[in-house]
Design a protein around this ligand. Structure first.
Ligand code: ZN
Length: 330
């Protein structure tokens, strides 16, 4: 099957399907609800039920939504489409496209290690793999779920010992709820910024509890509580003159300059993306004939794969991003 990598997204002309397109399209697969993938209001959007629920929060006017649960298949214009867990955020899915005997997998954003919340990713053997490589350099090595849990709780307790407010700077969908869940399970009272709180029903309706969280109201009501907030909130709390310490929970926290860039005292390198070794393991398990790499360190990662005998190409023209801290999706 021909695959076109265009400035508007990835296109499969044989079946008229776009993968995470940037602009409105007739038929689009949405891998997950982060803003750099669920980017436009499409005429027909196909995604998992969780992704569609979050998509509808972003685009309340959305109609023609086709929900496809993990493992369920849709016959679509001569192809069979089947989503599998991507281990990234709730509902995040890889898509297996079977067409005329060929198996193509589009990963969207994914990670292999067990997530703090939600199902673990699976690796689907395929002929062609379109994969992300946000952290496709050997310097990126992330904490396990258990290590991340310990670091998050230890940081909060240490802050309380010093009479400081622990503030976690997170992505509002995914990492925010994971950090909150860890704190709640540990019995640490936590206030939650509205940008993070608005996605809690998505988790709660599927059985994930956040016992004891309270909505963030003001800096004066934070005594004895941790705060889960989005990155921009740091400036606000800084200006208040309040005693606090910030932790930055992100894959980018693995970089030497992350402390300065994120403006955080504590760096916790935990991500909802695969680290370098996970990316390599994924390729080995999927064993594709050809690999197209999109997002992140696509060119160096393609070269690394080529040196290991894989036929890999970086599709950087429309997809390349500066290797910088991306607050939209990290
Ligand atoms: Zn994402």
């Amino acid at each position: 099957m021909r695959i076109e990598f265009t400035p508007a997204g990835i296109y499969l002309p044989a079946i008229g399907l776009w993968l995470d397109p940037a602009e409105q399209r007739d038929a689009a697969w949405i891998s997950h609800a982060h803003g750099d993938h669920a980017r436009a209001l499409h005429r027909t959007a196909i995604a998992t039920p969780e992704t569609l629920e979050a998509y509808a929060i972003r685009f309340p006017e959305a109609e023609n939504l086709r929900a496809l649960a993990f493992g369920e298949s849709l016959e679509f214009r001569g192809a069979r489409l089947t989503p599998f867990p991507a281990g990234h955020i709730p509902g995040a899915a890889q898509l297996l496209i079977e067409f005329e005997g060929e198996r193509i997998v589009y990963t969207g954003d994914f990670k292999l290690r067990t997530p703090l919340l939600g199902p673990q990713a699976v690796t689907v053997p395929c002929d062609r793999l379109i994969m992300e490589s946000t952290f496709g350099l050997p310097i990126f090595h992330f904490l396990s779920r258990e290590e991340a849990r310990e670091r998050i709780c230890a940081f909060a307790r240490e802050c309380f010992d010093w009479n400081l407010t622990p503030v976690f700077l997170v992505h509002p969908l995914g990492r925010g709820q994971e950090v909150l869940h860890v704190l709640c399970e540990a019995g640490i009272p936590t206030a939650v910024h509205g940008a993070v709180a608005r996605f809690l029903p998505l988790y709660e309706s599927r059985g994930t509890g956040f016992p004891g969280w309270t909505p963030y109201e003001s800096l004066d009501t934070l005594n004895g509580k941790a705060l889960v907030a989005v990155h921009g909130f740091r400036r606000r709390i800084e200006a208040s003159g309040r005693n606090f310490r910030t932790a930055y929970v992100s894959g980018w926290a693995a970089l030497d300059n992350a402390r300065a860039r994120a403006g955080a005292e504590e760096l916790i390198p935990y991500s909802d993306h695969a680290d370098f070794n996970e990316l390599l393991s994924f390729v080995e398990a999927a064993a594709p004939r050809e690999i197209d790499i999109v997002h992140g360190y696509a060119e160096p990662f393609a070269r690394i794969l080529n040196s290991r005998g894989w036929k890999a190409r970086a599709q950087t023209a429309p997809f390349g991003r500066a290797a910088a801290i991306r607050e939209a999706d990290e």
